[in-house]
Design a protein around this ligand. Structure first.
Ligand code: GAL
Length: 323
């Protein structure tokens, strides 16, 4: 089905931002905007055939311009935290912005979530939108010109595929992901504590109290981090387990049971009231399960929704943070 395009807003610089709508023949519809390469909405059918928007987001472009929660955004150059905003590559130290306390988060002050991507509808591939962005050598402190392409594909079996590609002219580091917050009961339906979640991981990376992985990798067995079988998100979220206390909920990288070459079913989430099921497939070694602990009720979203703590969840497929 044809992808539709319309003007979404104008950047303070005068640059135009577009909204693209991908639809399949089952009626699933996903909107992507070129600011941040953001998933603005995704309408999916429930068990009775009624449609729900399962992605949190703002009602208009201005919301995205002001927002700081990364709703639906592409994340780069490096997803999640880098301790003290510093890394060493080929014996040279690179200094990045400390935009999360003393640490670097999600690419810095102006990460890929805050830039305008070029968009191209790929005519000979069904329902495919290709976004591209050239991040210049030194941008946000990272070395190398980095040409990034992200393809969004809406398939006939109700999958949204996100395919990341990048090339560079210098050694550099990269960790691309998408930061969509999902609520499979509908974006404005309150908390996700009764959603059931499975994460295909026997281990997770242990965090310090600033959510920086310490390097320790631990078994999930006998801890609240065990999602090897479908478990309600809320079951242990108030536990006094130190990792949960540090994150004020779940905000960790799980070590997927993967060989990284075959696509793995990394996670499954289910909302029983709507019957909507989301399966997450990836080739990355990790996934950040974040239970939206920093949503504070200050963001007014689509349909005037007030998004509070734990009103959504993110499953950010990724390389391990702080490496
Ligand atoms: C997550 C991160 C959280 C928080 C959030 C954005 O990926 O793990 O700690 O920073 O992004 O609010």
């Amino acid at each position: 089905m044809a992808i539709e395009k319309k003007l979404f807003g104008i950047m303070p610089s005068g640059e135009e931002v577009y909204l693209y709508t991908l639809k399949n023949s089952n009626g699933m519809k996903t909107e992507i905007c070129t600011y941040g390469g953001t998933i603005v909405s995704s309408m999916v059918p429930d068990k009775n055939g009624e449609f729900h928007d399962v992605v949190l987001g703002y009602a208009d472009f201005e919301g995205y311009l002001k927002g700081d929660k990364y709703f639906g955004s592409l994340i780069g150059r490096f997803g999640n935290r880098i301790q003290y905003g510093k890394f060493i590559l080929n014996d040279k130290e690179y200094v990045l912005a400390q935009n999360n306390g003393e640490n670097h988060l999600h690419g810095g002050l102006k990460g890929f979530d805050k830039v305008v991507w070029d968009a191209m509808i790929i005519e000979d591939e069904p329902n495919t939108l290709e976004l591209s962005y050239l991040s210049k050598d030194g941008e946000e402190g990272y070395p190398g010109n980095l040409a990034v392409k992200v393809k969004y594909v809406l398939t006939e079996d109700n999958a949204l595929e996100i395919i990341y590609m990048a090339t560079t002219d210098k050694d550099t580091i990269i960790n691309l992901t998408n930061h969509a917050y999902f609520n499979l009961s509908g974006h404005s339906s309150g908390d996700v504590l009764d959603h059931k979640l499975m994460i295909n991981a026997d281990k997770f990376t242990v965090n310090d109290k600033f959510s920086i992985p310490t390097g320790e990798i631990k078994d999930v067995a006998d801890t609240p981090m065990d999602f090897r079988t479908l478990t309600p998100i809320g079951k242990n979220i108030e536990s006094d387990y130190d990792q949960i206390v540090f994150g004020n909920g779940y905000d960790h990288n799980w070590v997927l049971n993967t060989n990284c070459s075959d696509t793995l079913k990394a996670a499954q989430a289910i909302a029983e009231n709507t019957g909507i099921v989301m399966d997450v497939y990836t080739t990355t070694p990790g996934v950040q399960f974040y239970s939206a602990n920093f949503l504070d009720g200050l963001d007014v979203g689509k349909d005037k929704a007030i998004y509070k703590m734990r009103n959504g969840f993110c499953l950010e497929t990724q390389y391990f943070p702080n490496k």
